[in-house]
Design a protein around this ligand. Structure first.
Ligand code: PLP
Length: 385
């Protein structure tokens, strides 16, 4: 068996159909979309097409799409841009389980005189909307809450939250990097003011993203320079990336229902087999309300890193927490916020599937895991023999 890739929340394979669309933009159609000549004009039209494709997936107007350099940039631009546009308000509300692209920005704002409120989650990773409601006040400039969690897949009730927040005249942003392409969204009837996307999480290229900004939302540009993106994001456009992201959105829109069913079936089969064949494991998150591709399982009394290394010997790729935080020995901030006990948080593994995974791969991983867990438990100082 070659590589079995169950780490699609870290990044995804670029779809061949996406790559085909990108290829000519390197050595043939390489003009600058801002140029006055016909050669450049063709490229500008490619960007317009991509903008329509993204808007099609999100159910919004093409003019509400700003292309960025990825999910992290979109999150930074939304948060900093919203605060710059509301200088008299000094409070930001977020959650304890955000990706660092939001959490690190918010925590840094504390050094600049802002009050940051991080909402708690319960043991299934769910928010208490009562806590949010109590925190909304006249000093609140922005609420930023992720659509779906990258580690557990838990989906937050974003439309409900957006309603609560915006009816108080407060700007609402959501990091939808893990949700877009995995669950259907429609921003036409929505109260969401801003929403972040990343190309490489939905079979598009890395280093390109989108910030959706609802018409009329007050936002100061975060990147200054040229007039690209109608003056909202300066810098010569990453044309191959933008065109690739557009195609990835079109593919996601056309196939979302069938793909979700297939991926969910594989994920559930994998999860059930692991839970059945490995004693002392627990599922992290809200089983009934999560992304169809994600399963986060804690294997008690052993280290996630050791499991990953042993899986790696069989060519199996998974993750022990988010790719960005692995490398640190601290257990995941998401699992800690959920109150997962120390011995379980350390042994957590995230399996995240995609349209490319197969039944054979699930069977292969299902066969390899129980002996790995047994072997590590034999070596664990936490297991009484
Ligand atoms: N937000 C979430 C929820 C993510 O999972 C990620 C990537 O892991 C990001 C933001 C960052 O996106 P990018 O890698 O495009 O900067």
């Amino acid at each position: 068996m070659e590589t079995v890739y169950f780490d699609n929340n870290a990044t995804t394979k670029v779809d061949e159909r996406v790559f085909e669309q990108m290829k000519p933009l390197f050595c043939e159609l390489y003009g600058n979309p801002s140029s006055m000549h016909t050669f450049g004009g063709q490229i500008a039209r490619k960007i317009s097409r991509a903008r329509e494709q993204v808007a099609g997936l999100l159910g919004c107007e093409p003019g509400e799409i700003i292309f960025t350099g990825g999910g992290t940039e979109s999150d930074n631009a939304a948060i900093k841009g919203a605060l710059a546009a509301a200088p008299n308000r000094r409070k930001v509300i977020t959650t304890r389980v955000e990706h660092p692209a939001v959490l690190a920005v918010c925590r840094d704002l504390e050094n600049h005189g802002y009050t940051i409120v991080e909402l708690n989650v319960d043991k299934k990773g769910r928010l208490d909307l009562g806590e949010l409601d109590e925190q909304l006040d006249e000093n609140t400039a922005l609420v930023t809450v992720m659509y779906a969690n990258n580690e557990t897949g838990v989906i937050f009730p974003i439309e409900q939250i957006a309603g609560l927040v915006t009816e108080r005249g407060i700007t609402f942003h959501t990091d939808a990097v893990q949700a877009v392409g995995k669950i259907p969204l429609n921003l036409k009837q929505s109260n969401i003011d801003m929403l972040s996307i990343s190309g490489h999480k939905l079979h598009g290229p890395k280093g390109v993203g989108v910030l959706f900004v609802h018409k009329g939302t007050r936002l100061s540009p975060y990147m200054l320079g040229g007039h690209q993106e109608a003056g909202r994001r300066a810098g010569t456009e990453n044309v191959p990336g933008i065109v690739g992201l557009g195609k990835a959105c079109e593919l996601a829109l056309n196939n979302i229902k069938e793909e979700n069913e297939k991926v969910k079936h594989l994920r559930d089969k994998l999860e059930q087999a692991i839970m059945k064949n490995c004693p002392d494991c627990r599922l992290n998150g809200d089983k009934d309300n999560r992304l169809p591709n994600t399963s986060n399982i804690s294997f008690e009394y052993i280290e996630g890193e050791a499991i990953l290394l042993m899986l790696d010997q069989y060519g199996i790729c998974a993750s022990s927490g988010s790719a960005c935080t692995s490398g640190s020995l601290e257990p995941s901030h998401v699992l800690r916020a959920m109150g997962v006990p120390f011995t379980a948080a350390h042994g957590s593994i995230r399996f995240s599937l995609s349209r490319y995974n197969t039944e054979d791969e699930v069977d292969y991983v299902t066969e390899k895991i129980p002996p790995i867990i047994n072997r590590l438990r034999e070596l664990s100082p936490f297991v009484v023999k």
